[in-house]
Design a protein around this ligand. Structure first.
Ligand code: SIN
Ligand code: FE2
Length: 224
């Protein structure tokens, strides 16, 4: 992906490669980078398949006893899990009792470049939650707050079928904005937006050339 540099009032990092029209500012510290990961998508998905061969996708149970419609797995230093005892990071995959697969180099590289592009440089993620949405799967409004490093941003990469991302505010009751995320789009939120409520509307039926009948989301965080 080769792109020319243009002036921007959204204050990207110096050396930004993304044209203005491909940046959607959601709030202070929060931006959608349209197509930022598009040319890397096939490679990222190949890594997801390898990770899932070791740490399979599974539907976690919420603390309230519901089965999540989104299937999840993880790579990196620890994995985000949920069960009757609550939400937390676990160093070992509860299914295998073994460490989660390591974070691939290209994941780290993409996440760091996206954060930098968003003007939130120095991002060094140690965990990556991998979400798989099939038609009908959804994620209700929530904050990402199980990480110790709330100063570090979240980098969220969309692959495959499009989804409607719900972008709320700092209060659960804030009415969310609806933003369609397509394959290759990356959302970065940090700073004053780090604890914004967000979610995903039920995935629509469809087929995508890279993923088939699903959407894959990679969520990078600095948890420790
Ligand atoms: C998440 O909030 O963990 C995932 C968001 C998404 O799938 O876009
Ligand atoms: Fe989240």
């Amino acid at each position: 992906m080769r792109r020319t540099r243009r002036a921007s009032h959204t204050a990207p990092a110096t050396g930004s490669l993304l044209p203005m029209e491909d940046r959607v500012q959601l709030a202070e510290g929060a931006v959608v980078l349209r197509g930022f990961a598009a040319d890397r998508a096939p490679g990222l998905l190949a890594r997801v398949r390898e990770i899932a061969a070791t740490a399979p996708f599974r539907h976690l149970e919420t603390p309230g006893g519901y089965r999540m419609s989104v299937a999840m797995t993880n790579c990196g230093r620890a994995g985000w899990v949920s069960d009757r005892r609550g939400y937390r990071y676990e160093m070992l995959d509860p299914l295998s009792g073994r460490p989660w697969p390591p974070m691939p180099e290209e994941f780290m590289d993409l996440a760091a470049r996206a954060a930098n592009e968003a003007g939130l440089g120095g991002f060094d993620p140690d965990v990556c939650l991998i979400n798989r949405y099939e038609p009908g799967a959804r994620l209700s409004l929530h904050q990402d707050r199980d990480e110790r490093q709330l100063g570090a941003p979240i980098v969220s990469v969309s692959l495959g079928l499009p989804a409607t991302f719900l972008w709320g505010g700092l209060r659960r009751s804030d009415r969310p904005r609806r933003i369609v995320l397509s394959s290759g789009d990356v959302v970065v939120w940090g700073g004053p937006s780090r604890l914004v409520y967000h979610g995903v509307a039920p995935l629509a039926e469809g087929m995508h050339e890279l993923t088939g009948r699903c959407r894959i989301n990679l969520t990078f965080r600095q948890a420790f």
